[in-house]
Design a protein around this ligand. Structure first.
Ligand code: ADP
Ligand code: AMP
Length: 218
């Protein structure tokens, strides 16, 4: 199964994709996580994309598409993938369709997690991420047991550089301009499902599970 999680920054795509990947044994392709890791390693790719992430701008399509092209070939992707943060432009969505159709596959479902602009600011401002395992917390809605320490691996929790209010607002603007049109793209293909992302993490998860299981049965 090939599932896309859509939604503005902070909608809960990363949080939900981790749970879903475990339950349905799917590989996660999170382009944002990959870019952050490459920046941390100071790789060539990391050096190329750093300025875009720090400014809250999109990494150019050709770089993102090359990256996804190289990962999707991995054998573990043949069992199914959850895409988190990809595609983010119509061009990326079209390229993904092409890549999948080359191996007789297709996007099965695009799940659009909806939250308000006010929630976008609240979710991102109080997000904290483990520098070691990448697990995501929220200081109010999903806090770690011990402040600044990851419950799972004991790693240090940090705030993403792009989770400062001015950059969050820029990311929201970029989302509106470039990414929101993808909702229509998948709606026209009859594979779009809207989910109320304002509920708590478990409730959002249950809504998504219901949608996936309905799709599996049909
Ligand atoms: P995205 O991957 O869409 O940017 P994340 O999964 O990183 O979003 O979630 C953004 C922040 O909101 C994190 O701090 C996370 O803990 C928190 N969060 C995620 N889902 C919910 C929810 N349903 N209710 C409250 N907070 C949530
Ligand atoms: P995310 O972790 O999904 O919030 O992404 C963080 C940042 O990585 C974005 O603000 C972009 O700079 C970059 N990025 C991640 N995925 C993409 C993508 N599919 N296309 C362009 N830029 C991306």
């Amino acid at each position: 199964m090939y599932i896309i999680l859509l939604g503005p920054p902070g909608a809960g795509k990363g949080t939900q994709s981790r749970r879903l990947a475990q339950e349905y044994n799917l590989k996660i392709i999170s382009t944002g996580d990959i870019f952050r890791e490459e920046i941390r390693k100071e790789s060539e790719l990391g050096k190329k994309v750093k300025k875009y992430l720090e400014a809250g701008l999109l990494v150019p399509d050709h770089i993102v598409i090359e990256l996804v092209k190289s990962i999707i070939r991995y054998p573990e992707c043949s069992l199914g993938v959850i895409f988190d943060g990809f595609p983010r432009t119509i061009k990326q969505a079209e390229e993904l369709d092409r890549l999948l159709s080359n191996c007789n596959r297709k996007v099965d479902i695009a799940i659009n997690i909806e939250i308000s602009d006010e929630d976008v600011i609240k979710r991102n401002t109080y997000r904290r991420v483990c520098i070691n395992c990448g697990r995501v917390y929220h200081l109010i809605f999903d806090p770690p047991k011990t402040s600044d320490i990851c419950d799972f691996c004991g790693g240090k929790l940090i705030q993403r550089k792009d989770d400062k209010e001015d950059v969050i607002r820029k990311r929201l603007e970029v989302y509106r301009q470039w990414t929101r049109p993808i909702i229509q793209y998948y709606s026209e293909k009859n594979i779009l499902v809207n989910i109320d992302g304002t509920k708590n993490i478990d409730e959002v998860y249950n809504q998504i599970k219901t949608v996936i299981e309905k799709r599996v049965k049909s």
